[in-house]
Design a protein around this ligand. Structure first.
Ligand code: F6R
Length: 365
């Protein structure tokens, strides 16, 4: 049941430290300064042969995959792309035995993602599924992969599913990285960061009352922009999706640099911009983007890190998440955006756990 929580979504948001703890448990290999993901069932030799990764998924799972693309390319230096699963299946994708296809699906039942698994298998790829539901169709058909162990996700809006997927992708990137160029010290540093994720998320959850107040302030807004760069670009897309699906308010997730190529025309005093201004590479550029929004009279809600005060004088409202590296910032930041969407939808009187027009798992194309 929901326990003391008013909605499953809120319960699952608060479960994230434990859920991520379960995704990590037993998988940090301190002897080798690497990770251990046994379900992948690949030898170091098999792993070394992989020269390209294709991630396929839908919705939040696709957004998680996008964060994964950054991890695989930066940490493991393996060319990686993310495909909407339906696109993947219908475009006759270029697949060789050295391509690792990673379908991502919380439920393990999404029709398009399942079709992508079948397409990739027929073409001879190595297919490893990242699923939460044990024994689900995608997990079974892939035959290898990583289970999240996040526990059941009941709310239609994915929360812990997304953060556990991102954590699993980070662990996979470390394992592939250590199999290649990534040094021991860097591996050890990344293990430390992974182990710290649950506590960092606990700190974000403590900000709930602040986030609730900010959500109340903007309750009349009918259009939002979410802007990010780098690792926080997919985070902006996911934050905007959360707002749309549970509050029915229009939100666009945008790359901060792309705004001025057209969409900035939409900004005015009734269109708040949620800006990922964390202290990670690209922050200086983001500050410039925030100034561009302010010049159009858009109110700015900035997500910032720790005691970094770079955006204080600029933003109308500030959401503070703990200081972290760029690798962990998508996780802390999305939890803040999940809470923002939750309270915003609640103030607008929306049903939250069962939004209109949506089903928990999309088993038709
Ligand atoms: C968004 C959401 C959906 C799912 C998508 C894929 O909150 O829940 O976008 O992420 O339908 O579902 P799975 O991961 O079960 O394949």
């Amino acid at each position: 049941g929901k326990g003391s929580y008013e909605h499953f979504m809120l319960k699952e948001i608060h479960e994230q430290p434990d859920a991520i703890g379960n995704t990590i448990r037993g998988r940090l290999n301190h002897q080798l300064d690497s990770t251990r993901l046994g379900g992948l069932n690949m030898t170091p030799h098999d792993m070394a042969k992989i020269n390209r990764i294709v991630i396929a998924g839908c919705g939040s799972s696709m957004h998680a995959g996008w964060v994964g693309e950054y991890y695989f390319e930066e940490i493991a230096r393996i060319p990686t792309e993310v495909e909407q699963a339906a696109e993947f299946r219908y475009r006759n994708p270029i697949i060789t035995p050295d391509t690792l296809v990673l379908p991502i699906s919380q439920s393990g039942e999404t029709a398009d993602t399942l079709a992508a698994v079948r397409e990739a298998t027929n073409k001879g790829a190595t297919v490893a599924a990242i699923c939460n539901v044990v024994g689900s169709t995608i997990a079974r058909e892939a035959g290898r992969g990583v289970y999240l162990h996040a526990g059941p996700e009941i709310s239609v809006a994915s929360t812990k599913g997304f953060t556990c997927q991102v954590t699993a992708l980070l662990m996979l990137a470390v394992m592939f990285g250590r199999n290649r160029h990534l040094g021991r010290e860097q591996g050890a540093e990344l293990l430390k960061e992974i182990a710290s994720i649950p506590d960092l998320i606990r700190q974000v959850l403590k900000q709930a009352p602040v986030i609730e107040r900010i959500a109340a302030k903007y309750v009349k807004a009918d259009n939002f922009f979410y802007i990010g760069r780098g690792y926080l670009y997919p985070t902006a897309l996911e934050g905007a999706l959360k707002l749309k699906e549970i509050s029915y308010v229009h939100a666009e997730g945008y790359h901060a640099a792309e705004l001025k190529h057209g969409s900035i025309a939409l900004l005015e005093e009734n269109v708040p911009v949620v800006a990922m201004a964390n202290a990670v590479p690209g922050q200086d550029k983001m500050i410039g983007n925030i100034r561009e929004c302010l010049a159009r009279h858009a109110p700015v809600i900035a997500v910032v890190s720790g005691d970094d005060h770079t955006a204080d004088e600029l933003a109308d409202d500030i959401i503070r998440v703990p200081m972290s590296s760029r690798y962990v910032a998508p996780l802390t930041t999305i939890v803040a955006l999940q809470l923002f969407a939750y309270y915003f939808a609640k103030f607008r009187g929306c049903p939250i756990d069962q939004p209109r027009n949506l089903a928990k798992s999309v088993t038709v194309e």
